[in-house]
Write a protein that binds this ligand. Structure first.
Ligand SMILES: [Fe+2]
Ligand SMILES: [Fe+2]
Length: 376
């Protein structure tokens, strides 16, 4: 009998325990389709990252000690322990009765979210394992704990649809992308903050329109986004230990990551029209809402925000999205015609991205204290 049988990832207090529970479940149940989807590596699918762990380990958090200790104390108190599992609030899901296109897009959403959560888990766990710096390893242990719970919970939802992402298999087989630590900060900080903005925007919308809550997992989004919020706070503090990270030519990198993360979200969400229709959400409204919230939050550490009110911004996003849709269609076509169409669509996508990147950013002063409260 497995020592972890009967236990749930939501109750795991360390990432190791969470993953052992997930592994025990993998043995009982596994689905190739879900794992294959999670394995896919395209520009738009969530990636796994690796970095220079020694450099990360050498960070000294002394300059931000006061805020650091408060944040860590809150994470150690573990307000969400036991939260990420099904309870009496989990309504029955009629997977068979679900409209097929919605089902397809929603499953894609769940698999991609599970992969993204797990990508964070793997990176954070590796940092914890490799490091010797007590502050850094403690933070990464706590964040990995949370992400393992999040991924485990999405897998619970997938399992009801007869699917499951094999997390152990992904760890071993999915391709890892190397990013220098500073790029990890820019990308991960943003993905945590945009994750918060995405989850809270859907949660607030469904509070007002419960008739659109077609799946119970959305009820968990509030506590969920609070975890992501804390993770973002941690990365803001890490960046604050070295002011150079947010000055000089690094501001161009910040702008690049802002544009890439926002652009990717826009394109990816527009691939799921039925999903957004079922939620009663216009994807253009949703994107703008999420960008607005994310921009407001990132002012805590970044000296620029993208000018998302500039008419060129929306036009550029639409061009980027159209080029990506054409690219996907050209891949389906195949043959020489498909090849020509692919080249044309790739060029247009690149041009649209450059166009977005070149819109002048808005500058502002960064406050002395980075500390934020989840305010939305
Ligand atoms: Fe998460
Ligand atoms: Fe997170």
């Amino acid at each position: 009998m497995n020592a972890h049988a009967g236990k749930h990832t939501a109750d795991a207090t360390t990432v190791e325990e969470g993953l052992a529970i997930a592994e025990a479940q993998d043995k009982e149940y596994n689905d190739e389709m879900a794992t294959e989807t999670a394995m896919a590596n395209t520009l738009l699918t969530p990636r796994f990252y690796t970095t220079d762990f020694d450099e990360l380990d050498s960070i000294d958090v002394t300059p931000v000690r006061e805020e650091w200790d408060k944040l860590i104390a809150r994470m150690v108190s573990d307000p969400n322990k036991g939260h990420f599992k099904k309870n009496e609030d989990w309504d029955h899901v009629d997977w068979d009765g679900m409209e097929p296109q919605l089902k397809k897009e929603f499953i894609d959403f769940l698999i991609s979210s599970c992969t993204a959560e797990f990508s964070g888990c793997v990176l954070y766990k590796e940092m914890k394992r490799r490091g010797n710096n007590k502050d850094i390893t403690q933070l990464f242990q706590l964040m990995a704990r949370d992400e393992a719970r999040h991924a485990g919970f999405i897998n619970d939802a997938l399992r009801e649809a007869g699917l499951r992402v094999n997390l152990g298999f992904l760890t071993q087989k999915k391709k890892y992308t190397y990013f220098r630590p500073k790029f990890i900060y820019y990308a991960t900080y943003l993905s945590e903050k945009i994750g918060y903005a995405r989850y809270i925007t859907i949660f607030r919308h469904l509070e007002e329109h419960p008739e659109h809550r077609f799946h119970p997992i959305f009820k968990w989004f509030e506590e969920w986004c609070n975890d992501e919020f804390s993770h973002g706070e941690a990365f803001a503090l890490l960046m604050k230990t070295d002011p150079k990270l947010t000055q000089g030519k690094n501001v161009w990198w910040i702008k690049f990551f802002l544009t890439a993360v926002y652009g990717t979200m826009y394109v990816r969400d527009h691939q799921r029209p039925a999903f957004h229709k079922a939620l009663g959400v216009d994807p253009d409204w949703y994107a703008h809402e999420v960008f607005t919230k994310t921009s407001e939050m990132t002012k805590q550490i970044y000296p620029i925000t993208l000018d998302i009110e500039n008419p060129r911004w929306q036009r550029g996003l639409e061009r980027l999205q159209k080029a990506n849709a054409d690219l996907a269609a050209a891949k389906e076509t195949g043959g020489p015609v498909g090849l020509v169409r692919r080249a044309s669509a790739s060029t247009r996508a690149a041009a649209a991205f450059v166009g977005l990147f070149l819109i002048p950013a808005k500058r502002h002063n960064v406050p002395t204290s980075t500390r934020l409260e989840p305010a939305y």
